[in-house]
Design a protein around this ligand. Structure first.
Ligand code: UDP
Length: 342
């Protein structure tokens, strides 16, 4: 198969590259390296089935040709991460919506009908207060919190674009609502809790729990996420579908902090930080976010291979190697050079 991955040098995208190259597919990655890093796919350097273009898909002149070549397109190019979303509210809307729109329009203009796999997010459920979130429930966006919901709005727009191009032009779309994907290559710089806690624990620094810590999340290892996503896309075929993709085990953030400390054998203490201090504004955090996975399971029979403990253990090993490199004064394969200076 011919696979085009926008944002393919990013966290989830690079794991999709691994999966499809291992299967013998031809993979074309286009990434502007704004948050992604070439280091994430460096282990495939010179792979005969991988092509990489550093480009911004909003202006890239070769997009039409790349779309015409592809049997399946994963759209993972997006501005992500709570810190970045708060810092760049206009960019979130412009980039996330325009990138998806340009991709779909390129397919329509060329008369192509590749399978579109569009990255959405559990953020689209917003303030929906159900204990377990199902695809056909309401998406509840608050108007109280300024630009805080821009990421959610951008992903709702992407979903609507995918469904509309499917209905109007017969371009099939799998809309994947990712729930807190975690694992190797995720960076904590933009706010994601698991890499931050692991980095703090390995250094025996305070673990910073934002708010009370009773808020819960359901974390899914990226290596499970990409297998589930591919299985879903394969099962759905020429149909169009919206589906939650994640893991339904739920854990509070305070228990996550304790678990990371325990697995790392760390001397870190847990400290609480108010949301205003953490995010620089009166941030609306979500109390609970747990996916109903019936649709994914019914379509694919998918079963997870990675427990949260296993993910954390793997991340601890990676973080210790990174720390050792920092201490040795050099920074190579484990982390992109740009991050070493930070
Ligand atoms: N969080 C935290 N400490 C951190 C980073 C995040 O306590 O250093 C909290 C955050 O407030 C939220 C949860 O962890 O309640 C998950 O945050 P993340 O940004 O990873 O995911 P999201 O909120 O988008 O689900």
């Amino acid at each position: 198969m011919h696979i085009l991955i926008t944002g393919g040098a990013g966290f989830i995208g690079s794991h999709l590259v691994d999966l499809h190259l291992a299967r013998g597919d031809k993979v074309h990655v286009v990434d502007d390296l704004s948050t992604g890093s070439q280091a994430n796919i460096a282990h495939h350097q010179n792979h005969p089935h991988l092509r990489f273009d550093e480009a911004d898909i909003l202006v890239w002149p070769n997009l039409g040709r790349a779309v015409g070549w592809a049997d399946r397109i994963y759209n993972l190019a997006a501005v992500v991460g709570v810190f970045r979303v708060l810092a760049e509210p206009t960019n979130v809307l412009a980039v996330n919506i325009a990138a998806c729109e340009r991709l779909l329009r390129a397919a329509r203009e060329g008369g192509w009908q590749p399978q579109m796999v569009l990255a959405s997010s559990s953020e689209v459920y917003g303030h929906n207060d159900e204990d377990i979130l199902q695809e056909d429930q309401d998406l509840v966006i608050s108007t109280r919190a300024g630009t805080r919901w821009n990421y959610s709005v951008s992903k709702i727009a992407d979903e609507a674009l995918g469904l509309s191009y499917s209905q109007r032009f017969g371009i099939p779309a799998v809309v994947s609502r990712f729930f807190n994907t975690v694992g190797p290559r995720q960076v904590g710089r933009y706010g994601m809790v698991v890499p931050r806690f692991v980095a703090q624990a390995v250094r025996n620094e305070p673990i910073t729990v934002f708010g009370g810590g009773l808020q819960t999340r359901s974390f899914c290892d990226v290596r499970d996420t990409v297998v589930a996503l591919d299985a879903l896309a394969t099962a759905v075929g020429r149909d169009t579908l919206v589906a939650n993709v994640g893991n339904d085990r739920e854990i509070s953030i305070i228990d996550l902090a304790r678990l990371v400390i325990e697995r790392a054998g760390s001397r870190s203490q847990i400290t609480h930080m108010g949301l205003r201090e953490a995010y620089g504004e009166d941030f609306e955090d979500i109390r609970r976010r747990r996916p109903n996975l019936s649709r994914l399971r019914d379509r694919t029979g998918f079963q997870h291979q990675y427990s949260l403990e296993r993910t954390i253990d793997d991340l601890i090993v990676i973080e210790r190697a990174r720390l050792q490199e920092e201490r040795d004064g050099h920074c190579t394969l484990v982390r992109p050079q740009s991050e070493c200076a930070a």
